[in-house]
Design a protein around this ligand. Structure first.
Ligand SMILES: Nc1ncnc2c1ncn2[C@@H]1O[C@H](COP(=O)(O)OP(=O)(O)OP(=O)(O)O)[C@@H](O)[C@H]1O
Length: 725
């Protein structure tokens, strides 16, 4: 197959409206440039006084900077609509633009009206009332201020649906991959559009097979959420967070942010977020359950480790932790008191005193209020409020009084809360059957299960560490004592919106905690229960997640877009061995046959010459971004080294610190998940590497074989894996 040519490289001018659309484009570009000139002309941004003039000029400068990148490509589609007997054509672009003096306005893709371009609906009720009808939907391929092609997607006068939407989609899917995730604003499909615009303020779980565009849609939903049309639900990009499974993928995905105009969104991993919140940046996060499941052949121990990990992530653990902390703090308060003489202006010094009964009452109120910023801060605020009211402090003396009380209150808080750090307290809870029983939520068998240690045979790192399965418990302690959310200066605020990628790997307990950390209803989860690599950490079903996210709906994306028919079919064969879900429907895009390179098992250099040849073949087919996928990181390092002897220079990506910058890379399957390449080469694609009887290994084989958009090669010294032979 030759390299997929860019659809925008040539002008296709056969459409009868091409000249008219070319003229409209020129008019729009000119109108935008005029507007930018106007904004940039500081002399014309005059207010009543100097200060207002400066503010006006700064605002105008910002508008100009936002519009400038869009002049080369002002819009990508149009809608002909009829409202109240009047026909009108609306142009849809990535950035809204109002042409105050002429007919060249552009409607933003993320507006309510913009949605009509993507949906299949033919009528709608405009905000001003009446009835609107869609007469035509039209795609306009524009680059560098030049119109390249006009494609009608729907035309009332030409019999309705033209099949153009599929045509435009296929053209886009044939493009080569890039070094970052791309936006799909121009070719968003109706079901994706509906998922993306699920009502703001309600949580949503988007379930979809590999390549259905879940991750892409999650980022688009964030961009949509930042539009002012979302009203009270509007989100600020800087107050949003996306959690992705590893940092290589997070950096790859974050490249989509500027295109969507949401640059300040924080894209990170659950581990980084968690250790940051715990204030333990040096803490190493292990996953010893996974190690045990992969290396231990004792089925009883494996089952025990699985069940214990599941229980640690059970949503009930939130209340187990809360009850435990209630008991701990009450015990710590026993015998405590506060007594402090406070100097006041124009009055005799007063004594502020709290007995241990008073302190217990305060604790009860704080637990009942359950503040987002945590019980420690809540306790402090409650004591301060009592002091001010007991002592009748006038407003202008409040700060002074609180300053005097600060040290004694801090000392009291230290005596009550200091001994409960998240790491020690989570472990203390797990080590105490009485503490586990206190809430009455766990059965005796469950308490006994938590008391076992099936992982004792798995080594632990030398430095401070926490296992991925205990981390949610530690976060729960942190959430209750120190608070959970987004640090905004010195205060803790809820996130405006949180997006979770690979959401099938988050435990219900983590969901409950993330639900606390964000504004109510502002959580979007993207996942595929069938792709779960870490079932012991994740929910057994989406219902378990819905139970902790009130009002959450599950939406399903049924189509997959990433790969050619040949690659999709091969992947489906592997997935069918562990996934009983209905067949997914791929886009019918034909590509090169899957290439197979097999050498005898005892070939002198093993599979190395074959991998080198596969790379040359992929490059000869015009592909630039090519991945050689290995089973393990050590294999990738070794391969990068040895392939040099075969005139092949592949960049290794073997740690989370590495970045994918395009070109030829070699990386382990664990870091390849979520990334995609024009061509992929699966090395050691055999049963010695991917054990046929282990479901986890078959899932890994699936991930390896589903990274390519256009061209896939399977390489082995010795027989290929029977699932792909
Ligand atoms: N509407 C669309 N138009 C063009 N390309 C699309 C569209 N939807 C998805 N794609 C492309 O399909 C590929 C897969 O998208 P994405 O990675 O978001 O899927 P995913 O469901 O998150 O996959 P996975 O489960 O494997 O992580 C990407 O190349 C994306 O650009």
């Amino acid at each position: 197959m030759s390299a997929p040519a860019s659809p925008r490289s040539a002008v296709h001018d056969t459409h009868p409206d091409f000249p008219h659309e070319t003229a409209h484009l020129k008019g729009t570009v000119d109108a935008m440039l005029r507007q930018i000139d106007f904004w940039e002309d500081r002399d014309r941004q005059m207010g009543a006084d100097l200060e207002t003039s400066i503010i006006l000029a700064d605002e105008a400068g910002e508008h100009a900077a936002m519009l400038s990148p869009h002049v080369h490509h002002p819009y990508f589609g149009s809608l002909k609509v009829r409202v109240g007997g009047r026909e009108q054509t609306l142009y849809i672009g990535k950035h809204g633009f109002r042409d105050v003096k002429g007919p060249h306005s552009v409607v933003g893709w993320d507006s309510e009206v913009g949605s009509l371009f993507y949906s299949d609906a033919l009528g709608w009720t405009p905000r001003r009332g009446g009835q609107g009808t869609i007469k035509r939907r039209r795609q306009l391929d524009i680059a560098a201020k030049t119109l390249h092609r006009v494609t009608d997607l729907y035309d009332d006068e030409a019999g309705g649906d033209t099949g153009g939407r599929e045509e435009v989609l296929l053209r886009r899917l044939e493009e080569g991959s890039t070094a970052g995730m791309r936006d799909v604003v121009e070719t968003l499909q109706p079901e994706q559009n509906a998922a993306m615009r699920h009502p703001a303020g309600t949580p949503v779980i988007i379930q979809g097979a590999a390549g259905s565009g879940k991750t892409t849609i999650g980022f688009h939903r964030l961009a949509w959420m930042t539009n002012a049309e979302r009203g009270p639900h509007q989100a600020q990009a800087g107050a949003c967070m996306v959690l992705m499974p590893n940092r290589v993928l997070a950096t790859y995905a974050a490249r989509i942010l500027p295109e969507l105009g949401i640059g300040p969104v924080n894209v990170t991993t659950p581990e980084s977020w968690a250790v940051g919140l715990l204030g333990l940046e040096k803490l190493e996060v292990t996953d010893r359950t996974l190690t045990l499941l992969l290396t231990d052949h004792d089925n009883t121990r494996r089952a025990l480790a699985w069940r214990r990990a599941k229980l640690l992530g059970d949503a009930r653990m939130l209340d187990v932790v809360r009850t435990h902390l209630w008991n701990r703090f009450n015990a710590a308060l026993r015998g405590q008191s506060l007594r402090e003489e406070v100097a006041l202006n124009r009055r005799e010094p007063q004594v502020f005193a709290l007995t241990d009964t008073d302190l217990h009452a305060i604790l009860r109120d704080v637990f009942a209020a359950d503040p987002l910023s945590g019980y420690r801060a809540g306790f402090r605020r409650a004591v301060e409020a009592l002091a001010l009211s007991h002592l009748n402090v006038p407003d202008d003396e409040e700060a002074g009084v609180l300053r005097q009380l600060s040290a004694p209150i801090t000392a009291l808080l230290g005596r009550v809360f200091a001994s409960t750090t998240p790491v020690t307290e989570a472990r203390r809870l797990l080590g105490s059957p009485e503490a586990l029983a206190a809430s009455g939520l766990l059965t005796e068998r469950e308490i006994a299960l938590l008391g076992t240690d099936p992982l004792s045979g798995i080594p632990t790192p030398r430095r401070a560490h926490a296992d991925a399965t205990e981390l949610p418990l530690m976060l729960a302690v942190q959430a209750f004592t120190g608070g959970i959310g987004r640090q905004d200066g010195r205060t803790l605020e809820p996130f405006d919106h949180v997006v979770l990628d690979e959401a099938q790997d988050y435990s219900p307990l983590l969901y409950a905690l993330l639900g606390r950390a964000t504004r109510p209803g502002h959580l979007t989860a993207l996942g595929d229960l069938n792709q779960g690599m870490h079932g012991y950490k994740g929910p057994s079903s989406w219902e378990a997640v819905q139970a902790v996210l009130p009002g959450a709906e599950v939406l399903t994306l049924g189509r997959t877009y990433r790969s050619t028919r040949q690659i999709t079919e091969l992947g489906a064969r592997i997935a069918a061995t562990y996934n009983r879900a209905a067949q997914v429907q791929g886009v019918d895009r034909d590509g090169a046959e899957v290439q197979r390179y097999v050498a005898p098992a005892d070939a002198p250099h093993g599979e190395l010459p074959l991998i080198a040849r596969a790379v040359k073949d992929a490059q000869a087919a015009g592909h630039v971004n090519i991945a050689i996928v290995t089973r393990r990181a050590v294999d990738a390092d070794r391969l990068a080294e040895t392939l040099r002897d075969f005139d092949t220079d592949a960049q290794p990506i073997t740690t989370q610190e590495h970045r994918f910058r395009g070109g030829l890379v070699v990386l382990p399957v664990s870091l390849a998940k979520g990334l995609e390449f024009s061509a992929a080469i699966v090395s050691s694609a055999n049963v010695q590497t991917y054990d046929e009887s282990t479901e986890y290994e078959r899932r890994l084989l699936y991930v390896s074989a589903s990274r390519a958009l256009h061209w896939l090669a399977l390489v082995s010294a010795g027989e290929l894996h029977p699932l792909i032979a």
